[in-house]
Every structure is written in structure tokens, then in C-alpha cells.
Ligand binder design. Structure first.
Ligand code: IMP
Ligand code: MG
Length: 177
């Protein structure tokens, strides 16, 4: 199906907001060690911009990556997720910030928080570039949110439609023509 791409968030606005988030996160964790976990693939650009805006002073930053694959059945409303790439860093006793592109229903974030909690993280917070809280089903809350978005399917700045548009430096809404 053909789509139109409507500009939603221009590149300079993204960079300004990411700098603000970095300052907020730096202030929150200051002087404490932190593990930032990038949820692949969608968060890769957001993550790389964000970590460069985090300064923890005497604390230190570790980074790691996960990739999740979700499956579920529309009839049972069961939501399952599995790692297709697991963490390599041991998070036991460490503060952990999960960095995702979009928290939508919240099921994937809930799965990740549950696993990291079982592994003994000292604290767990979520940072999402986009918070689509209207569609939230799981009881997760985004602690550091870039932009709230009501509805619509967006691409660019890491986010894809059928693996396309991830490389764009701005965000667009895909609208069927
Ligand atoms: P959920 O919170 O478990 O529903 O999953 C959210 C994930 O679905 C995000 O991390 C994205 O990978 C994907 N997703 C949700 N909404 C969009 C969108 O508008 N564009 C691109 N990917 C999306
Ligand atoms: Mg994702």
C-alpha cells in the first residue's frame, strides 16, 4: 500500500529534547553508576544521541543492548516476549535505565522490567523517545519521556515500517494514501 509521510518532529526539535532528557537523567542519577540498556533496533539512534548527553560526574555509565521478539495471540490476549539478543552486562545491584523508541501497549517494557528485576537490578526506570500512553495495557510508566504522541504510526529516527525509514533524522507519520 502507498503511504504519505507527514513531518511530525523535525531534527532540531529532536536534538533539543534529547539534550533536555540527558540533563534530566544526569541530574537524577548524579554521581551514581548507571547501566543504560538500548532496546534494538528502534532505539539505536535515540540511544546513541542520549548517552552522549548524560554526564554522571563521579558515577560511570555502562551501556548494553537487547533485542526482543514479541508474539501473542489476538484471541487469548496473551503477550509473550523472548530475547533474540540478551544483555551481556551483569545488572545485579546496579541502577538500570531501559531506553526504548516507543512504549505503546507497554507489554515489551513490562517483560524487560520483570527480567531485570529478577536479575537483581538496584533500581529500574524507563526512558522512551515516544510515549503513546493512550494505548497502554500493561502497568508500566515511562519515567523519562521524549514526546507524548496520541495516535498514528510513526517512522524515522530509528523507527521503522517493514525495516524501512530507520536512518531518517526526523520523525514522520505514515498515512495510507
Ligand atoms: P509495546 O509497548 O509492547 O506495544 O511495543 C512497542 C514497540 O512497538 C516499540 O518499541 C516499537 O518497536 C513498536 N511500535 C509501536 N508503535 C510504533 C510506531 O508508531 N512506529 C514504529 N514502531 C512502533
Ligand atoms: Mg521497540
Amino acid at each position: 500500500m502507498a503511504h504519505k509521510m507527514l513531518p511530525v518532529i523535525p531534527a532540531p526539535a529532536i536534538q533539543k529534547r534529547v539534550a533536555e532528557l540527558g540533563a534530566e537523567i544526569s541530574d537524577f542519577y548524579k554521581d551514581q553508576p548507571l547501566v543504560c540498556v538500548c532496546v534494538l533496533k528502534g532505539a539505536f539512534l535515540f540511544f546513541s544521541d542520549l548517552v552522549r548527553r548524560i554526564n554522571l560526574g563521579a558515577g560511570g555509565l555502562e551501556i548494553d543492548f537487547v533485542r526482543l521478539s514479541s508474539y501473542g495471540s489476538a484471541t487469548s490476549r496473551s503477550h509473550q516476549a523472548v530475547f533474540t539478543k540478551d544483555l551481556e552486562v551483569d545488572v545485579a545491584g546496579k541502577h538500570v535505565l531501559v531506553v526504548d523508541d516507543i512504549v505503546d501497549t507497554g507489554h515489551s517494557a513490562e517483560f524487560l522490567l520483570h527480567v531485570l528485576e529478577k536479575r537483581g537490578a538496584a533500581s529500574l526506570k524507563i526512558c522512551a523517545f515516544v510515549d503513546k500512553h493512550e494505548r497502554r495495557e500493561a502497568g508500566v510508566k515511562v519515567d523519562f519521556a521524549g514526546f507524548p504522541i496520541q495516535k498514528g504510526f510513526i517512522v524515522g529516527y530509528g523507527m521503522d515500517y517493514a525495516e524501512k525509514y530507520r536512518e531518517l533524522d526526523a520523525v514522520y507519520e505514515l498515512v495510507p494514501e
